[in-house]
Design a protein around this ligand. Structure first.
Ligand code: AMP
Length: 507
């Protein structure tokens, strides 16, 4: 099936229901949303010759037209190539070239970046221009083109800390599996819900539109176009029943803002967090401030949002004897997935042992676009090698240690930076911390803690050393503390350990 069929159905069943909103302003109801998507699709085919299976790229910041374009692309059986709007024009151009995109959607916010790339050969179509508004008010096919579950729907380029990004091929079937898992394992959306897009639509947050389209919920792009904690808290109260995806750094900022305003996130139904480590100290603080509105997911572009989930129920099971252990985990396999741990030779390991996390199931990508070597390295007998290290317990709860490349080997022993980070974060003076391995002639590598302190806190190595010794083994504690005003992060808020390692190598 074609994922756009869900939009067609909602337009039939709930034509007048508000569908697309900017802040509290309704831009389109479901009938209008579907008509616009059909008309945009027809325009792509007629004016730009886009055919089923063709790729159409989007280099746009968050706006409601993003969804019209996505569904327009799918309506005619083409595939979307969402590009992170913060990339340099030349990086975007590389993705367009690699994917063989026939057309690029841009907007006023990205037009200048794109101009710097100087790619006159690729046609562009701005959603902020009069042509776009005329096109979306035109005519289109009554129903989306039928697709097979293995047909390409979403070609997403990984951020790639080394080398060129790789195009992750996600089919309509993959997106369907991800969406069914959302219903079963993450949240139960209702027509009264408002899905808020404070994180980039080009990434996982955008993929969460599907279950919300299915039930005919509202899709809300904040007026700011991005994440502003005060704006999110205000929208919660105005819109009610808000659900959103938030990276852990966004959760922290939301909690800080809620504390300052003496609020508890009233009107926010669900915050789905993931995409990076959520420390135990932070989620406990978040629940103490905002109550139990949280669900955690663990996934990656190659199995989007869908490997494991820690449900709302488990966040609230405070009387469970293993509650804190559960809360520090990323939960259990989502409904369509199997998860296992393997050793360095790829052999499955028993419960309790630490190794590489592998995942298999219908959410796993078809492979990398035009890259058989990378596909063969990532997929073995259908098992996706995640590059993450972790362990499963006997009940199937997965605890993540780190990315395999971030593990620190000091004196021949593996040290998982996350353990060190968890320990330091329980100190009231520590705002953020990232532990990395730095080459050392005696130890191979030593643990260096890169710290951001709370305002007014004193940088005192001994104090933090004593704090570490109270909760982790002596050999794991940092041999060096570095105090920084902020940690380097990528556009999705993930700490760039590679950048920290480079920074430390120079000092
Ligand atoms: P991306 O493909 O950019 O979405 O990044 C995926 C990576 O983010 C995973 O392989 C993990 O290393 C990390 N990640 C995703 N979800 C979580 C989570 N809940 N906890 C810790 N790390 C996570």
């Amino acid at each position: 099936m074609n994922m756009a069929e869900w939009l067609a159905t909602s337009a039939h069943l709930r034509p007048d229901a508000p569908a697309l909103l900017t802040g509290t302003r309704v831009d389109a109801d479901y009938l209008t949303f579907a008509r616009r998507a059909a008309a945009v699709g027809a325009h792509l085919a007629k004016r730009y010759g886009v055919a089923p299976g063709d790729r159409v790229a989007l280099f746009m910041t968050n706006c409601t037209a993003y969804f019209e374009c996505l569904y327009g692309i799918w309506w005619i059986g083409a595939a979307a190539v969402p590009i992170n709007a913060k990339l340099h024009g030349r990086e975007a151009a590389w993705i367009c070239g690699n994917s063989g995109a026939k057309l690029l959607f841009i907007c006023d916010d990205t037009a200048d970046h794109w101009a710097e790339a100087e790619v006159p050969s690729l046609a562009t179509f701005s959603v902020d221009g009069g042509d776009y508004r005329r096109a979306r008010d035109g005519e289109g096919a009554a129903a989306p083109l039928a697709r097979d579950t293995d047909d390409l729907a979403w070609l997403f380029y990984t951020s790639g800390t080394t080398g060129r990004p790789k195009g992750v091929m996600l089919s309509h079937g993959n997106l369907l599996s991800m969406s069914m898992c959302y219903f079963a394992d993450v949240d139960q959306p209702s027509p009264q819900d408002a899905a808020l897009y404070a994180a980039p639509i080009s990434h996982g947050a955008g993929l969460y539109n599907f279950p919300n389209v299915r039930v005919g919920a509202r899709h809300v792009v904040p007026e700011s176009g991005g994440f502003d904690a005060d704006e999110v808290l205000a929208l919660g109260k105005q819109l009610r029943n808000v659900s959103m995806f938030a990276a852990p750094t966004m959760v922290r900022r939301l909690v800080d803002a809620a504390k300052k305003r003496r609020e508890n996130g009233d009107g926010i139904k669900t915050i789905v967090y993931g995409g990076g480590p959520m420390y135990l100290a932070d989620i406990r603080d978040a629940m103490a401030t905002m109550g139990q509105r949280f669900v955690q997911i663990y996934g990656q572009g190659e199995s989007p949002m869908t490997i494991t989930a820690l449900s709302r129920e488990w966040h609230g099971r405070v009387t469970d004897p293993r509650y804190l252990e559960r809360l520090a985990s990323v939960g259990t396999a989502q409904s369509v997935m199997s998860v296992r741990i393997t050793d360095s030779d790829g052999n499955p390991l028993p419960a309790g042992e630490t190794g590489e996390i592998e995942a298999k199931g219908t959410a796993v990508m078809l492979g990398y676009w035009n890259n058989p070597d990378a596909s063969a390295a990532a997929l073995k007998d259908g098992w996706l090698r995640t590059g993450d290290v972790g362990r499963l317990d006997a009940d199937g709860f997965l605890t993540l240690s780190d990315r395999s490349k971030d593990v620190i080997i000091s004196g021949g022993t593996n040290i998982y930076p996350r353990e060190v980070e968890e320990a330091l974060l329980t100190h009231a003076d520590v705002r953020e911390v990232s532990a990395i391995g730095v080459p050392d002639p005696d130890w191979g590598e030593i643990v260096v803690a890169c710290m951001v302190l709370e305002d007014g806190a004193e940088a005192d190595d001994q104090k933090f050393d004593a704090h570490c010794l109270a909760s982790i083994a002596r050999f794991k504690r940092p041999k060096r503390y570095v105090y920084l005003p902020s940690l380097p992060k990528n556009n999705y808020g993930k700490v760039l350990k590679t950048a920290l390692r480079e920074m430390m190598a120079k000092t």
